[in-house]
Design a protein around this ligand. Structure first.
Ligand code: NAD
Length: 325
């Protein structure tokens, strides 16, 4: 039973991972700055802190056998607003982590590092990071390649992670589910672009067997590569009478790629448990039962919420005041 520190553990992935690690019998501690949350309510050791505050973080790194590093500004929109802040949080902290911690590290990167490319992309394929988000995640990966670390390049996530944490409603499957539930209408821009998708709880399934494994290096993780237009067809099956507005106007986000997770499958038997439809249906059930009071609140979207807090005169993410809100 190892001591596991989940850095950024109060987020969408962190919620699912915390539950899964507790079920597996590990001692879990979460370190997070609660950028999007008002409180942390899981019955788990919790440390409120910024990942740039090493005096605060160091004692917890000493306690940990393994660190799962999830903390980041996540998403193209969220990272585009303040490039310097994005570099500090997404890249520079990982450089520092690689110097200060010699235990096991599991790091979440993104398949967005591949950008727009043809073919089935694997871990050695050329990269084409098109955004600050993808660029800083790729730069962070490099600090971990000679460490006792695994870097998971995740597809775009979907589904419900856990009971307490904020559900991100700024991810393609989740966005379409909300729109289909509320308006019985979805819009598909372009639609021919492929995206690799992965259920949020399958991230936890990949982390658990690797906390103490000897594997290192880069691993793509996805369940399925889906064209946005095919997603729309799936929604029509589950929402009778759903109106789908398809437009040829290409979406400004140029990402278009398919990946293979064969390496993860061969190396540690990665086999995603949750299908696309089950993730969509669990979110649909929450919305239809009025369990999400206001899906439009900026808190459900990293970009919208960060925009609000970055526009405040004294931003809580300001570098000078990393520990005061
Ligand atoms: N959600 C996806 O589709 C997706 C896809 C690919 C990769 N990932 C990766 O998975 C990881 C988790 O993503 P998520 O969807 O859970 O995001 P999230 O935004 O829900 O969670 C990120 C967490 O990091 C914390 N955080 C941010 N800045 C911090 C700071 N300075 N100090 C301390 N804590 C800080 C936030 O409070 C939040 O709890 C990220 O590394 C992301 O790059 C996510």
């Amino acid at each position: 039973m190892a001591n596991i520190l989940i850095v950024g553990g109060a987020g969408y992935v962190g919620g699912a991972l915390t539950d899964r690690l507790l079920t597996a019998g590990h001692k879990v501690r979460v370190y997070d700055f609660l950028v999007y949350e008002e409180s942390y309510r899981k019955p788990v050791d919790f440390i409120y802190g910024d990942i740039r505050d090493w005096a605060r973080l160091d004692p917890h790194l000493k306690w940990a056998d393994a660190v799962v590093w999830l903390a980041a500004l996540v998403g193209d929109g969220a990272c585009s607003m303040d490039p310097k802040l994005t570099e500090e949080i997404n890249r520079d902290t990982v450089r520092e982590l690689s110097k200060r911690f010699n235990g096991r590290i599991l790091f979440t990167s993104t398949c967005s590092v591949y950008g727009a490319q043809d073919g089935l992309l694997h871990e050695e394929s050329p990269l084409n990071p098109l955004s600050m988000y993808a660029k800083t995640k790729h730069e962070a990966e490099k600090f971990l390649l000679d460490k006792n670390a695994m870097v998971f390049r995740l597809g775009t996530l979907f589904g419900v992670g856990d009971t307490y944490s904020r559900i991100r409603l700024d991810l393609v499957v989740n966005v379409l589910t909300v729109k289909a539930c509320l308006y019985n209408r979805i819009s598909v821009f372009g639609g021919d672009q492929y995206r690799p998708l992965l259920h949020v709880r399958d991230v936890a399934e990949a982390v658990v067997p690797n906390l103490e494994s000897k594997h290192t290096g880069l691993f793509n993780l996805h369940t399925v590569n889906v064209r946005i237009t095919d997603l729309a067809d799936m929604f029509q099956k589950h929402f009778p009478g759903l109106e789908v507005n398809r437009t040829e106007v290409s979406f400004q986000d140029g990402r278009n790629y398919q990946v293979t997770s064969e390496k993860a499958k061969k190396t540690f038997g990665f086999s995603p448990k949750w299908e696309l439809e089950s993730g969509m249906l669990e979110l649909k059930a929450l919305i239809q039962a009025d369990r999400l009071k206001n899906v439009a609140t900026p808190r459900h979207s990293n970009h919208k919420f960060l925009k609000e807090i970055l526009e405040r005169p004294a931003s809580p993410l300001g570098y000078e005041t990393p520990t005061s809100l």
